[in-house]
Design a protein around this ligand. Structure first.
Ligand code: DC
Length: 206
């Protein structure tokens, strides 16, 4: 069984994908991490993320980069969004994601284009979303907990920019697959959101 979980930044899709993987006993791949590794590699090399040749060269990153804590930063998230626009970068990362999705026994993948491009045959497709306000509030609380100085308005601006870039790009834009089940968790706690995702996946599988 392949489970595709797509959605915008800070929608809680990663938490949901991990919970679904544990529930169904499947391996999980956070595909955003691959784009983040490319963004981070560009940053380390001091290159321009908007240059397709520079971004493509960065796809050849070392495996050890995938465990770099810097990958989780907002700066690297923004760089990932910028490098992910280039079709050559998407092509370079395709085989790895496709192989993970089609491994025997199935898998859970989360990202932006899993249900539309990477695994259009997925048995279960969830499109996880929430209002910009709800997502910004969550990110704000997370960052404050880590002791980072941030403003809610700056986070909202950044989410708008990321949403526009991820949904507006020509190649594999963020969108719900026609056969995806949408889970809007603007008014749900993390626990309620996970429970609803499991319920939808159980029903969708039948
Ligand atoms: O899910 P995330 O925030 O870690 O993803 C970072 C960026 O990577 C996101 O803004 C767009 C890009 N991305 C993508 O284009 N396709 C995916 N399947 C996953 C992420």
């Amino acid at each position: 069984m392949i489970i595709a979980v797509d959605g915008p930044t800070a929608s809680g899709k990663g938490t949901i994908a991990r919970a679904l993987a544990a529930h169904f006993g499947l391996p999980h791949l956070d595909t955003g991490l691959l784009y983040r590794a490319v963004g981070r590699q560009v940053e380390l090399a001091g290159g321009d993320p908007d240059d397709p040749a520079v971004a493509l060269a960065a796809c050849d990153f070392a495996e050890s980069l995938l465990t770099d804590p810097a990958l989780r930063s907002e700066i690297v998230g923004g760089l990932a969004s910028r490098v992910s626009i280039h079709p050559a970068v998407r092509r370079a990362l395709y085989d790895r994601q496709r192989a993970f999705a089609t491994q025997p026994g199935g898998a859970v993948l989360d990202g932006r284009d899993i249900g539309t491009v990477i695994a259009p045959e997925a048995e279960v497709k969830l499109y996880v979303t929430a209002s910009v306000e709800a997502r910004a509030q969550r990110r704000f609380a997370e960052m404050r907990k880590r002791g980072e100085a941030v403003s809610l308005a700056a986070i909202e601006d950044d989410l708008h920019r990321r949403d526009q870039r991820d949904s507006g790009r020509a190649d594999a834009p963020l969108r719900a697959a026609d056969d995806a089940l949408t889970l809007d968790n603007s008014h749900l706690s993390a626990e309620q959101s996970v429970a609803e995702a499991i319920r939808l996946a159980e029903n969708g599988r039948r």
